[in-house]
Design a binder for this molecule. Structure first.
Ligand code: SAM
Length: 325
């Protein structure tokens, strides 16, 4: 079956080259140009695109992402199908995925696994904590859908925090997609302006309740003072036993020095803040560096995933949970 799948893939891929190129143009136009027109970051599309692919290729169920991406004006489902149809046919015939999208064994991740591996690690950490908290705060939520699947039927109060424009676009699109948002409170914030906590409390957040904060794919867009200040606020204004799930990137990664050719996509996606972006030196003992940093803000790291640790280039990011005690 694998050989038949490979033959079908090669033939369709060759015939499809012009279509795939058209697909790339459509995806880039929507993700970069339309996002710019709308005044929203194009990187949030990168994540939901990864989640859509994971769903389509059977790696992780996420019906809400499938519905949401299909109505977002800055994404192109047609473009995605034009690019991925040959791989999809191969997957349907053989039952396996090859190359991309994929989830390699822990610590053997490369840059192409950033969204897929990060997503499953974070899902596992959310699963660990979701039954013992009363509030879930998705910090810099982008187009994340965990409030609409993992927390949908739960008693946990859900809050989504993000910049105003992307949040408005998300609410509009969730409504268009027919996704029930009645259990989610949206709070527009900017983590680099230190008043975000007041906005959250005004929206109904209770600092006396045990809370799970998710801060995924955001620290690299902030400078160190904003990251530290946000950590301080989460710790100060949450009940004992509250937890943060987060990812922090290697300095080499945020500076575009981790791999050859990283600087151009970072420039195109607008993530090239260079020396102002927050990252840690994860080259020596990454676990220790991470726990020392978190301890300096009074948080105790629990489980850690060191993505890329067993590859030639080494760790490019960490995913972890930390007790805010
Ligand atoms: C790469 S996206 C990740 C989105 C989401 N957490 C996910 O994993 O799907 C980064 C998100 O961080 C948000 N963000 C970046 N800087 C921010 C800031 N200063 N204040 C609030 N949100 C911010 C962006 O608007 C965007 O939605």
């Amino acid at each position: 079956m694998n050989t038949i799948a490979l033959v079908v893939f090669v033939i369709v891929q060759i015939l499809f080259i012009p279509m795939a190129l058209l697909g790339v143009v459509l995806i880039c136009y929507k993700q970069i140009y339309i996002s710019k027109q709308l005044g929203v970051p194009s990187t949030a599309i990168e994540v939901i695109k990864g989640r859509w692919l994971m769903h389509i290729f059977g790696l992780r169920k996420d019906q809400a992402s499938v519905k949401l991406i299909s109505v977002l004006p800055n994404s192109s489902i047609l473009g995605l199908w034009l690019v991925f149809l040959p791989s999809y046919l191969r997957y349907r015939i053989s039952g396996s995925t090859y190359g991309y999208p994929a989830i390699p064994p822990p610590e053997q991740e490369g840059l192409s696994h950033l969204v897929t591996a990060r997503t499953v690690y974070i899902d596992s950490l959310i699963d660990k904590h979701r039954y013992s908290v009363e509030q879930f705060v998705c910090m810099g939520a982008g187009f994340d859908t965990r409030c609409y699947n993992m927390f949908q039927a739960s008693e946990v109060a859900c809050f989504e925090l993000d910049m105003l424009k992307i949040q408005q676009l998300k609410i509009e699109s969730l409504n268009k997609a027919g996704i029930d948002i009645s259990s989610v409170t949206f709070v527009p914030v900017d983590f680099s302006e230190f008043g975000w906590y007041e906005e959250l409390e005004d929206a109904g957040y209770d600092p006396n309740k045990k809370t799970l904060f998710l801060w995924e794919g955001v620290t690299l867009y902030l400078d160190e003072p904003s990251v530290r200040q946000t950590l301080k606020m989460m710790k100060q204004f949450s009940a004992k036993g509250s937890v943060l799930i987060c990812d922090i990137y290697a300095e080499r990664f945020v500076k575009g020095e981790y791999a050859f050719g990283m600087k151009l996509p970072q420039f195109i996606l607008g993530t090239n803040k260079g020396k102002n972006s927050f990252g840690l030196h994860l080259t020596a003992d990454a676990k220790l560096t991470l726990s020392d940093f978190m301890a300096s803000e009074g948080a105790v790291v629990q489980d850690t995933f060191l993505m890329g640790a067993k590859t030639e280039k080494g760790t490019f990011m960490t995913v972890f949970d930390a007790l805010l005690e």
